[in-house]
Design a protein around this ligand. Structure first.
Ligand code: MG
Length: 326
């Protein structure tokens, strides 16, 4: 949905700033003007602005950035953020709209796009976004990135946390003045570029590595797939029709590895490591599409499986079906 691809500066490290703030800010208010000014300065300084894509401060920063040469991205959440039955419309100042399947994926998408963060005044949504980003930055789950707090509402909590753990303060910067905020982000963007030039790959987002099934949640797997797709702007292709076909295609590729094998040649792959590796990869393909399908249709896989197994238990009682395939 890119309307203005010429200005997309995605290749420049540190050049995308995520702005988090409240949605209920009216057009003529001081908070709207402040957010607009921030967007204007970010746009004029050549930053891309990413935010939640809807109203209030999201609209204000997008408007300010867009009207001043900036590229704007809204990461929306149409399956959750609705007006009755209808998904809320993204604001009109976005160059690109990326729909996320749920609120955590939405934050995750913005977090991994951004080389810096600005936290405006807001409610529980903004506080959640700030907390998740701060956790990732302060614990080193993300490369160093500046987080600018622009207002005082959460100062007591923030200060209490920093008092217990001073390292949590390292990337935090407090400023209300728009020029000060943008100067701080510019300085950091230069540092990021220098760091990247001197140590290529240092700041590339690391794919999550998971030890095994025992230490990984379904939600983590869903986010892994969703981020892979979002990074490539492929969500537009991952609709239920394409995904259901893809599941069937990958399942057929899985079957192909067993075609013409005799039953005495079928074991768990111990006698044929190459077959086992090929099968593992096809199974991963099937799983990737199943997860993407669940994301696209907002289906909770755990609930779906648990409900279906309840039905199966009624349909195939142990007493009648134990040891019987038919
Ligand atoms: Mg395949």
């Amino acid at each position: 949905m890119a309307r203005n691809p010429r200005k997309n500066l995605s290749g420049k490290p540190g050049r995308t700033i995520a702005v988090f703030g409240g949605y209920s800010v009216g057009c003529g208010s001081d908070a709207y003007r402040h957010a607009y000014e921030l967007g204007r300065s970010l746009g004029a300084a050549g930053f891309r602005v990413v935010n939640g894509g809807y109203d209030g401060t999201m609209r204000a920063t997008s408007q300010g950035a867009r009207e001043n040469g900036g590229y704007t991205i809204g990461v929306t959440c149409p399956s959750v953020i609705r007006n009755g039955r209808t998904p809320l419309e993204p604001n009109e100042f976005l160059d690109e709209v990326i729909p996320a399947p749920d609120l955590l994926s939405r934050i995750d998408t913005m977090m991994h796009m951004a080389g810096g963060f600005v936290i405006l005044d807001g409610g529980t949504g903004t506080l959640t976004e700030f907390a998740i980003v701060w956790e990732h930055v302060s614990k080193g789950f993300l490369p160093p990135r500046p987080i600018v707090l622009t207002h005082d509402a959460w100062n007591d909590t923030v200060d209490a946390i920093i008092e217990r753990k001073p390292t949590a303060a390292v990337q935090l910067f407090r400023a209300h003045d728009v020029n000060q905020i943008v100067a701080h982000l510019r300085e950091h963007a230069v540092q990021i570029r220098r760091a990247r030039n001197s140590a290529p790959g240092l700041l590339a987002p690391d794919p999550p590595t998971h030890a095994n099934d025992g230490s990984t949640t379904v939600a983590e797997l869903r986010r892994l797939i969703d981020r892979f797709i979002a990074d490539r702007n492929w969500r537009q292709f991952h609709d239920p029709k394409n995904l259901s076909a893809s599941i069937a295609i990958e399942a057929a590729e899985l079957m192909e590895h067993f075609q013409w094998l005799r039953s005495d040649e079928l074991d768990n792959g111990a006698s044929n490591p190459r077959l086992r590796q090929a099968v593992i990869e096809e199974l991963a393909d099937v799983l990737a599409y199943v997860l993407s399908f669940a994301n696209a249709m907002n289906i909770d896989l755990t609930t779906a499986l648990a409900e279906k197994m309840k039905k199966n238990a009624v349909k195939y009682p142990v007493a009648a079906f134990r040891g019987r395939a038919r």
